[in-house]
Design a protein around this ligand. Structure first.
Ligand code: MRU
Length: 365
């Protein structure tokens, strides 16, 4: 396998062979160590998501789908009502691990629908159908990433300078990723890009994961601190910004890793196209605007201590640590889904990718 394939064809989340566990790459140890974790219990699954051992909106959804299947297999009853009661408990518990990425509740709801629609089939058959559904969620994500990558690549030129924030590559999804997908696909086709990866404080997904993935795949990647984005744009080194998304509201307001909205503001000032890439499962039409999106708040220690040999701030200082921010739709040039490229007005163009017809759109708005 070429280095590129080792990155684009990695199974960072998978169902254990006997169906009793979920196996993930522990992303908190990268890039230094590649270690796999075997998750079997509700607590192990919850902690893996909460502590970002598995992270990135689509990967969280895939893990949750596998996870609820593993837990459902462990429910020791043939009685449907009792089975569903315990299933719901596990569902709610896993769903509470992280609030912002809609893919978590989306995947769990999809699994719940299998249970609800097949009541008459009995518990054994339901378990079989749950297994098929969680494997389908992963398979569909692979296809969606590929398609997003193709649409995204159509917006880029050979030699472009690209800025990306956080990590929306294969580790955050399956196969190509979303925001990094066009770059990996372009590389496969012989194109060259000059990528600037924001380190992405405080959890450093850009430094630890994006630069790792792109470098392994043989792309030209330069790591910068978040506060250097403005300078590289001013220098004329960036022709497009590509970012992922955790929840897209009906009007196009987009929640993504903290710092994304700052990049979008800068891109608008320097007249650089700002593209959001994500599967249609990340669009949440029940959120009218970004104000409806719940933002995850995390521990101050991530700012003050984590990744440092000694604390870098006074022990008692107050910290505000939102894990995501919302980029205003007016700053987004286009939202690229597996079904096509959505352009403003998003209240109209985002509706079509969410329709369940399966056919491709090319350009909306
Ligand atoms: O907190 P994280 O690392 O899970 O946040 C990840 C992001 O914000 C990604 O950009 C987003 O989930 C898209 S991943 C394809």
């Amino acid at each position: 396998m070429s280095d590129l394939k080792q990155v684009t064809h990695i199974d960072n989340v998978r169902l254990g062979d006997d169906g009793t566990s979920v196996i993930i790459i522990d992303q908190t140890l990268l890039p230094g160590r590649t270690e796999y974790l075997t998750l079997r219990t509700p607590e192990e699954l919850y902690q893996a998501i909460f502590e970002l051992k598995v992270r990135g909106a689509p990967a969280i959804g895939i893990c949750a789908g596998f996870g609820i299947y593993v837990l459902a297999r462990g429910i020791k009853t043939e009685d449907y009502d009792e089975f569903y009661r315990q299933f719901r408990e596990y569902q709610q518990y896993l769903d509470s691990a992280r609030p912002t990425a809609v893919n978590l509740s989306w995947a769990l709801n999809r699994m719940e629908q299998v249970v609800l629609k097949n009541r008459e089939q009995g518990v054994r058959k339901i378990l079989k159908l749950l297994e098929q559904e969680c494997l389908a969620i992963q398979k569909e994500d692979q296809q969606m990433c590929r398609s997003i990558s193709e649409y995204g690549l159509s917006l880029l030129k050979d030699g472009d300078g690209i800025l990306t924030h956080c990590n929306a590559g294969p580790l955050a999804t399956s196969r190509y990723g979303t925001a990094l997908g066009p770059l990996l696909l372009g590389k496969e086709q012989g194109m060259e890009f000059h990528v600037f990866a924001d380190e992405t404080r405080p959890l450093l997904q850009g430094a630890r994961l994006t630069s790792y993935e792109l470098q392994r795949a043989g792309l030209d990647v330069t790591l910068i601190c978040d506060n250097m984005a403005s300078l590289v744009m001013k220098n004329g080194w960036i022709q497009a910004c590509l970012v992922g998304c955790d929840r897209v509201a009906a009007n196009g307001d987009t929640a993504n890793k903290i710092g994304t909205s700052g990049v979008a503001v800068l891109a608008s000032f320097y007249k650089i196209p700002f593209y959001v890439l994500g599967p249609s499962s990340t669009i949440d039409l029940s959120c009218k605007t970004g104000a409806d999106i719940k933002i995850e708040l995390r521990s101050p220690d991530e700012i003050k201590k984590k990744f440092y040999e000694k604390p870098v701030a006074p022990e008692e200082v107050k910290c505000y640590n939102p894990a995501f921010d919302v980029t205003d739709h007016t700053l987004i040039t286009a939202i690229i889904t597996e079904r096509g490229i959505c352009r403003p007005p998003y209240t109209e163009s985002l509706v079509q990718p969410c329709l369940n017809s399966g056919e491709s759109i090319t350009c909306f708005g």
